[in-house]
Design a protein around this ligand. Structure first.
Ligand SMILES: [Cu+2]
Length: 146
């Protein structure tokens, strides 16, 4: 029985790694193509002082860490229309080193246990799931509010 379990786990890990490699390739390509318009959108919002959040910051810094056991936070709350700087660190998390914000078209790859940062501006209120590329963890909630 144990042998079968191990084989299944290994197969899952291999699948997940392949998926990460594929996602990283797609993501890398997308960054090359999309980097300029994305950066412009962030700058535009920064210049509009009236959309800054109550604490006066023009950027919302949020932090998440993944380990083999899951994420250190089950929920992250941000405001709509204000740039988010999402700091993601995976510590020996295997395929959890690739984080996906489902429904927001955001993927972040933390390599070598180092922090990776993605910047984006959430445009629609809602609750989005964050998880690894295969949704293997208990899902986290990324809440975009007004
Ligand atoms: Cu996974």
């Amino acid at each position: 029985m144990d042998g079968i379990k191990i084989q299944k786990t290994t197969a899952s890990l291999l699948l997940c790694l392949a998926l990460i490699a594929g996602a990283a390739l797609v993501w890398g390509g997308a960054v090359k193509d999309g980097a300029v318009p994305e950066a412009k959108a962030v700058d535009e919002v920064k210049q509009g002082a009236d959309v800054a959040p109550a604490n006066g910051s023009a950027v919302q810094d949020v932090y998440l860490t993944a380990t083999r056991d899951g994420y250190d936070k089950s929920e992250i709350i941000v405001r709509k229309g204000v740039p988010v700087r999402f700091h993601f660190t995976a510590i020996d998390a295997g395929c959890g080193s690739y984080l996906v914000l489902y429904g927001l078209d955001v993927g972040i790859l933390s390599k070598g246990n180092q922090e990776a940062v993605a910047e984006f501006t959430p445009g629609e209120e809602g609750t989005y799931e964050y998880n690894c590329g295969m949704r293997m963890y208990p899902p986290g909630r990324f809440v975009v509010g007004s």
